[in-house]
Unconditional design. Structure first.
Lengths: 142, 143
């Protein structure tokens, strides 16, 4: 098996363990867009500190371990800021309207056989693939 | 206790996103681009993440969370316009840049200026969402 796939599988298990700790410990679904979104739009009055602690882990742990285990990892994000801004707006709007993203609907939803999670995941993967294929191969824009 | 659990969960999530390669947009776009040099890594990440959660959901039956309270209610069976349109908009943005909310946060310290711009735009979008979502709840126009 290709090494990138094995790292993918191992990293994936860590992601799933994080979701399991959050669920079994705090009784909540680990959704990145929900945790951040509820914090910024003020809908999460009661558990602000929990959300901040979660985000501190998400941001802080890669900062701490990247120099040791994956110093070559980069985002390779496009330098076209127009695309970056449009993409960021779409991701922010879409995940909050749909009430979930890759972690909430994808990881947590599919693993409990939620129809909504499965349908959301099929839609964002299909639309994401179509968007990329059209813009890259048909129109040559990205 | 809840705060410590949140910090542990976030740390596992962040480390997993880094190690799996999901903060690298070329891996995500490589998976979405079926007409390019297809990269299957994302499927392994998703599969790996679902495994512990399959066990975790089974453990919720007949128990309560460690810190008290209730586990989330069973998922609603209905599909609605919000879920479908929201997921389609998210997919467009995901395809365009190759970042979703988790990796956008996890890569904050090494994603450079572009990563900060993406995160700022994403938060702006999150603030716009309630008003836009309310439009979807109105009855469909005759047009």
């Amino acid at each position: 098996m290709n090494a990138a796939w094995m790292w993918g599988l191992f990293g994936g298990v860590l992601i799933g363990l994080g979701a399991a700790v959050y669920l079994l410990g705090n009784g909540r679904i680990m959704g990145a867009s929900g945790i951040l979104g509820g914090l910024v739009d003020g809908s999460a009055r009661r558990n602000t500190a929990e959300r901040l602690a979660f985000i501190a882990g998400v941001v802080g742990m890669p900062f701490l371990v990247r120099p040791l285990i994956a110093p070559q990892t980069e985002t390779h994000l496009t330098g076209n800021l127009g695309i970056v801004i449009a993409a960021g707006l779409l991701v922010g709007i879409g995940t909050r309207i749909a009430n979930g993203c890759t972690s909430g609907h994808g990881v947590c939803g599919i693993s409990r056989f939620s129809l909504r999670g499965i349908v959301a995941t099929i839609i964002y993967i299909a639309v994401g693939g179509l968007t990329l294929v059209l813009l890259r191969h048909a129109w040559g824009l990205i | 206790m809840r705060i410590i659990i949140s910090l542990i969960a976030g740390s596992l999530f962040g480390a997993g996103l880094l190690i799996s390669g999901m903060t690298d947009t070329t891996k995500v776009q490589g998976w979405l681009d079926v007409f390019g040099d297809w990269d299957p890594t994302l499927a392994f990440v998703m599969g790996g993440a679902i495994l512990p959660m399959l066990v975790a959901w089974r453990l919720t039956a007949g128990h309560t969370p460690l810190t008290g309270g209730q586990f989330p209610a069973p998922p609603k069976p209905e599909l609605d316009r919000r879920l479908i349109i929201g997921s389609a908009l998210f997919g467009m943005g995901w395809g365009l840049a190759g970042l979703c909310p988790g990796p956008a946060m996890a890569s904050l310290t090494y994603g450079g200026f572009g990563g900060v711009v993406f995160l700022a735009a994403m938060i702006t979008g999150m603030l716009m969402a309630p008003a836009l979502g309310a439009q979807l709840d109105r009855p469909a126009n005759a047009a």
